[in-house]
Design a protein around this ligand. Structure first.
Ligand SMILES: Nc1ncnc2c1ncn2[C@@H]1O[C@H](COP(=O)(O)OP(=O)(O)OP(=O)(O)O)[C@@H](O)[C@H]1O
Length: 792
């Protein structure tokens, strides 16, 4: 212990020295700029970003800096920690847990020890070594049962038995072999990580994000990793893990938060959610955009202050079809094509204006000139630019543009679709009348009325229509600045800007009307020139930000339309998809991975399975196993690492006593629990009544609507809101009603009973179903319940 303390102290000294250096350099770099040149500013921004990230990473490593030591047959012993540290001669002092050399620490077992003789777990209290746990793997006299034991079981059990804080913690010290394989799996392609509740899918996915950022920092630090969770509470539950691992180039968001400017909390009724999530909506939205590209039957007449012009229906059709054809050829969105419609309409009006002028002038007698000379002279009399400008500024002409090819905004178009039954009948013939009716919104769709299922639709429309032309024109004005930056930048920066410029030019419509696109915007988006704003902020601001990797948690809940959106956000389709089909609760969620992913990646995905439950005890998992069997699922609930634990209990109560008994029970559980967290999980219709009853005894009760629900002594949640979370104790209310509430009711009950780490209780008014037999649920009575039931 003393020897280890000496080494650990030396590591902290080195950490302090490096942190001082990083902070000192940062302080210098952020001083009021003496730099005047653009190049100087770029260099300064890059330095600020580099040293602030480094200082943050070094600070994050303070807690639990070193947690392991590996002694092997073939190498000097070395230490493993949250980050890698080197001495002044660049000799390694501490190996980052993500480095290839650390793999054996996680994967070696007595059955396959990979050359490891001893794996030592070092437990720190602050900077002091508090305890050492040794796994001696080279010992030949272990019996078979011992050999099958999990790696680092002492350290693992200590971690699993600790009380929860309401926030997920990292597991770098106790990652298990099957989890390590997932974490270090190749970044390319789509990896599906499947497993029952509590098998560590979420925590493994987050460690994978940290691993990928470490291994592919060059590639990912500019584009970032997007982690998508099922709801805002879940996102808060996991949001400490990656910063704690020193990683900040990560965006955490729920589907409802992925459209810039919106943060949706509302959910649709199941029938509307199913239709909105269906792939058929992609065609509906495409039709909706197409209906705004008009060629009025009978053409149109444009009356300006000066004259009257006619666009006959053939001309209208020609202009519209040509814009459509150009859009398809160049894969350009609707709004980008408006400039061509404007150009073609103006050409036609100019032709008519000149023709009229010609007709007027034909009557004029100019005897000294021959006919050709007259034409030439008259043509020169007309200022074409001025005439074009005059037409362009006429409100009647502008109206014509808006009729033929209006600029479209996703929110306005979707609002029309959701509120106008005639429009829906027009654009959604493939939906049944009932499905179209399910989409109808009577309470308005603006502001916070948007729902999470609307977000993929808004994103789909945005990808079909592109940015507003005005935004592009404004961007074009900045083009010159990007050009001058290009001229001034250093060689490396020049390359960056040149790349961005190429991207910009690729985005230009075609060489005929090479539209200047703002290279500086592109540059900022792809190459981090705006170093001052954190990546998460910049990424969420740009709807079409391209992430380097996307991690989808509780992925079984995503609709096909949500998958399409995520595929657009990750064009390389480098994704980790994490979930459990048996827990699918949402109406538009997945019933198999093949179906969920088929539309996005076809058959090109690989699967890994996690099999061991690290959250709940075996008695709780036996109760959960009954629910899974009753649901008709083929698979078994995962085996729990912790075999012993408090037996689950149940209380049957008459309806009138439910609130009182609940309040009393929760109070009793809180006392039994001490410091840990507790959740009451119930069907939605019971929420308000139970919350009111609980508050009479426990003022700290919180619901999912409260920001501090995760820090509350008692959280009251529906199964949907509790998805992905965990608590030390859980009281499930009215399980029969949870099952009856939806088509996926068993999945919801399965989620509810698999939330606790240690204590599970069930409060029910109807008898418990007969299938709940395998799990040993002890029937309990409270004074009130016993009285109400006529029990002694
Ligand atoms: N190797 C490990 N060491 C310590 N704790 C672990 C380990 N693996 C998982 N855990 C813990 O087990 C609990 C469950 O993990 P997690 O929430 O990631 O499971 P999950 O598979 O996502 O569950 P669910 O499907 O129910 O959402 C967490 O507290 C997590 O920290």
């Amino acid at each position: 212990m003393t020897a280890e303390q000496g080494y650990v102290s030396a590591l902290f000294e080195r950490l302090d020295a490096l942190r001082d250096h990083a902070e000192g350099t940062l302080a210098q770099a952020v001083k009021p700029a003496q730099v005047r040149t653009h190049q100087g500013q770029l260099e300064r921004d890059a330095a600020v970003r580099h040293y602030s990230e480094r200082a943050a990473r070094l600070s994050a490593a303070e807690h639990g800096l070193v947690f392991g030591r590996l002694d092997s047959d073939d190498q000097e012993p070395f230490y493993i920690g949250r980050i890698g540290l080197y001495d002044e001669e660049y000799d390694p002092l501490l190996i980052d847990w993500r480095a290839p050399a650390a793999t054996r620490f996680y994967r070696a077992t007595p059955m396959d020890r990979l050359g490891v003789r001893r794996r030592r777990h070092i437990h720190l209290k602050g900077r002091r070594v508090a305890r050492l746990d040794d796994d001696v793997l080279a010992l030949d006299d272990l019996d078979d049962a011992e050999r099958r034991h999990l790696a680092g079981e002492g350290a693992l059990l200590a971690s699993l038995n600790s009380a929860r804080t309401g926030r997920m913690a990292d597991i770098v010290a106790t990652i298990q072999a099957e989890q390590d394989t997932v974490i270090r799996s190749d970044a390319d392609g789509v990896l599906v990580v499947d497993g029952g509740p509590g098998t560590g899918k979420t925590v493994v996915a987050l460690h994978r994000a940290a691993y990928l950022l470490y291994t592919h920092r060059e590639r990912l630090s500019g584009s970032g990793v997007l982690v998508v969770g099922p709801n805002a509470t879940f996102v808060r539950y996991i949001d400490q893990v990656l910063p704690g691992l020193g990683e900040t180039d990560v965006v955490l968001a729920s589907i409802g938060e992925l459209y810039p400017g919106l943060s949706t909390v509302r959910a649709d009724p199941a029938d509307a959610a199913i239709v909105k999530g269906s792939l058929r909506m992609a065609t509906v939205l495409e039709h909706a955009v197409a209906t705004r590209q008009r060629a009025p039957i009978g053409g149109m007449t444009i009356v300006t202050d000066r004259d009257e012009y006619v666009l006959d229906d053939q001309t209208c059709r020609r202009i519209r079809d040509s814009a459509r054809e150009r859009a398809a050829r160049n894969r350009q969105p609707h709004n980008r094509m408006r400039r061509y419609v404007v150009r073609d309409v103006l050409d036609e009006l100019m032709r008519q204006a000149l023709q009229k002028l010609d007709a007027v002038l034909e009557g004029v007698d100019v005897p000294e000139m021959d006919e050709d000379e007259v034409d030439q002279d008259l043509a020169s009399l007309v200022d074409h630019d001025a005439l074009r400008q005059e037409l362009l500024s006429s409100s009647a002409v502008q109206e014509a543009f808006d009729i033929l090819w209006p600029e479209l905004e996703p929110e306005l178009l979707l609002a029309d679709i959701l509120t106008d039954p005639h429009l829906r009948a027009d654009v959604a013939p493939q939906l049944s009348a009932a499905e179209r009716d399910a989409l109808q919104r009577s309470d308005g769709v603006a502001g916070d009325h948007w729902t999470a299922s609307d977000v993929p639709l808004l994103d789909e429309i945005a990808s079909l229509v592109g940015p507003l032309d005005a935004a592009l024109e404004q961007a074009a004005g900045q083009h010159a600045r990007a050009e001058s930056a290009r001229a001034q930048a250093t060689e490396q920066q020049r390359q960056i800007v040149a790349d961005a410029y190429d991207v910009a030019m690729d985005m230009a419509i075609d060489e005929e009307v090479a539209m200047p696109v703002d290279a500086s915007v592109v540059l900022a988006r792809y190459h981090d020139v705006d170093a001052s704003a954190p990546l998460a902020e910049r990424a969420l601001r740009h709807r079409d930000w391209a992430y380097g990797h996307v991690i989808v948690d509780e992925a079984q809940e995503l609709s096909p339309m949500a998958w399409r959106m995520l595929a657009r956000k990750c064009p390389t389709l480098s994704m980790t998809v994490v979930g459990d089909i048996a827990q699918t609760g949402s109406a538009d969620g997945a019933s198999s991975w093949a179906r969920a992913l088929g539309d996005v990646v076809g058959g090109k995905w690989r699967q890994a399975r996690l099999t061991v439950n690290y959250r709940s005890t075996q008695p709780i998992m036996a109760v959960a196993g009954d629910v899974l069997a009753a649901s008709g699922a083929d698979e078994e609930a995962p085996r729990a690492v912790r075999e012993d634990g408090a037996p689950p209990w149940s209380i049957r109560v008459v309806e009138e006593d439910l609130h009182d008994v609940l309040a009393e029970t929760v109070h009793r559980e809180r006392t039994a629990l001490g410091a840990g967290t507790l959740a009451v999980i119930l069907p939605l219709p019971r929420l308000d009544g139970c919350v009111a009853a609980l508050r009479t005894r426990e003022p700290g009760v919180r619901t999912a609507d409260d920001q501090d629900v995760l820090d509350a002594p008692v959280a009251v949640l529906t199964p949907e809101q509790a998805k992905g979370l965990e608590f030390d104790a859980t009281v499930v209310v009215a399980p029969d009603e949870i099952v009856a509430a939806s088509r996926r009711g068993f999945a919801d009950l399965y989620v509810a009973v698999t939330r606790p780490t240690g204590r599970l209780g069930i409060l029910h008014t109807a008898p418990l179903p007969a299938w709940w037999s395998r799990g040993d649920i002890r029937s309990r009575a409270t004074a009130a319940a016993a009285g109400a039931m006529g029990c002694p």
